[in-house]
Ligand binder design. Sequence first.
Ligand code: BJW
Ligand code: ZN
Length: 235
Amino acid sequence: MAQARDWLREASSIAVLTGAGVSAESGLPTFRGPNGLWRNHKPELLATPQAFADDPKLVWEWYDWRRSVHSKCEPNPAHRALAELERRVAGFQLITQNVDSLHERAGSQRMLHLHGSVWRTRCLGCAEEKWNDQVPLDPLPPHCLCGAMLRPAVVWFGEPLPEHELRAALEAARGAQVFLVIGTSSAVYPAAALPRVALENGARVIEINPERTALSDAAHVFLQGPAGELLPQLL
Ligand code: BJW
Ligand code: ZN
């Protein structure tokens, strides 16, 4: 912990990659692990274009439920500590896989969203993207003014990540002196490759997670525990 704290204090460029675990203490379930089931469906099997094509109403019900859970949750001390770190360090970049908006609600601004947002919809007909914070959505599935069905503006398996976000995230990973990896199982690519890119480019990599992950052996420091407790101590 002391070593990691020194690196963070001395660094002029810091990049942070977050995953679902950073929002766990706000009450949001993660994707994988013991609590990762929704009505007997595995979330990672619902987050696919195939699941949506097979049963758009089922997939929308899952997103509608998640939107309603998200709307009742508040940012936790981990989100707030990262927003504070951004205010202190000029060369700061937050990269998130999360779609919940809790980082923004905690005050983060220099953010890249790799997997989109549950609060945006995209039209399957005219492709228009829009902010939509209606909870619950009615009717379900929702439709665009053009008549076509809407989908959540998130990135499902097999879909490309938004080009600008991914390019900027790679650039931040290459340029970071310290790369923090918080609350992600490091199982989903290309996000999981970012800490490796940072390592290859000489960054100190610090991981925070209650469980060891595919990254833990390669990280310079692995801090085992919940982000909401460890991050405020670290920063
Ligand atoms: C705590 C905590 C606390 C608990 N404090 N921590 C083989 C090799 C490489 C790649 C592939 C491959 N086979 C297939 C692929 C590609 C595929 C992939 O990676 N698959 C893997 C499963 C192998 N990737 C893709 O398909 C991506 N696209 C792509 O590659 O496109 C290529 C392409 C190019 C050009 C044209 C076409 C295609 C897209 C990936 C999209 C992922 N989407 C989702 C859903 C988003 C929408 C939604 O939210 O519904 O993103 S899936 C889901 O996983 C979500 C998450 O962002 C993502 C990562 O999950 P995360 O955040 O790590 O959560 P968990 O639950 O896994 O982990 C939580 C962690 O928190 C745990 O470690 C806990 O211990 C910890 N934790 N409490 C801190 N208090
Ligand atoms: Zn439309």
